[in-house]
Design a protein around this ligand. Structure first.
Ligand code: ASP
Length: 231
């Protein structure tokens, strides 16, 4: 698994890549941010750091549920039929604005189907898997990691916000650029310090949710947004 996290307050960030048997890789990324002078720990070193921090190792099989095993089988079949479409293996991303006006992002992933051993995607790379800066906003990304890395998708989206685009425009332009340059598909969630947000994707679908002003907005496919009161 790979994960990264960033605070828009001071650009502090932490990330881990190629970690195994950790229940919450984002928490480990946060420890890298808060307890080390480094940005990214990988593989064995990340595992040793987890142990030193008292993060329990969870046997791999405990992290695999029957539902996710079936999901993986379906994704492998889809991969065989359509290798160009990104396959969702459980990437989870979040962006948040707190009452003090600070933004942050966190993203974690199990990677992509049929990856080479040693392959690391965009998720642990700040600027690609996400970015947060109180002066602009926060972004978390998902999709074809090799394309996301090549265009620095998260920072690219915020660059367009800095240049005056709305969040929806910035999401569309940056995802459109990745698609036209590389045929790369993906999705982004974006947030600014005014509390506006956007969720857009060029992949088949993207499960997303947003909570604001007592309302919960959720969607998976284009045009199917539902809004309910937050409990
Ligand atoms: N971006 C992730 C990766 O390439 C995969 C995903 O978002 O589904 O590792």
């Amino acid at each position: 698994m790979d994960a990264s996290i960033m605070s828009g307050k001071d650009l502090s960030s932490g990330a881990v890549s190629a970690v195994r048997c950790i229940a919450n890789p984002v928490r480990l990324a946060r420890l890298v941010m808060e307890k080390t002078p480094h940005c990214l720990l990988t593989g064995l070193g990340a595992g040793e750091f987890a142990a030193a921090m008292g993060v329990p190792a969870v046997p791999g099989e405990q992290l695999v549920t029957e539902r996710r095993r079936k999901h993986l089988e379906r994704e492998k079949q889809k991969e065989a039929q359509n290798p160009d479409q990104p396959k969702d293996l459980g990437t989870v991303g979040a962006v948040a604005l707190d009452s003090g006006g600070d933004v942050a992002y966190a993203t974690s992933t199990g990677g992509i189907v049929n990856k080479m051993v040693g392959r690391v995607g965009d998720t642990p790379c700040v600027g690609s898997g996400g970015y947060a800066d109180n002066a602009i906003g926060a972004v978390s990304t998902t999709g074809h990691g090799e394309s996301i890395l090549k265009v620095n998708l998260a920072r690219l989206a915020l660059f367009h916000v800095e240049r005056g685009k709305t969040l929806d425009e910035a999401a569309a332009v940056s995802l459109g650029y990745m698609k036209s340059k590389l045929q790369g598909l993906g999705g982004v969630i974006l947030l600014n310090t005014a509390g506006d947000w956007a969720a857009q994707w060029t992949s088949e679908s993207m499960a997303w949710a947003a909570a604001k002003d007592g309302k919960l907005h959720v969607g998976v496919n284009l045009g199917d947004t539902r809004v309910t009161d937050l409990p």
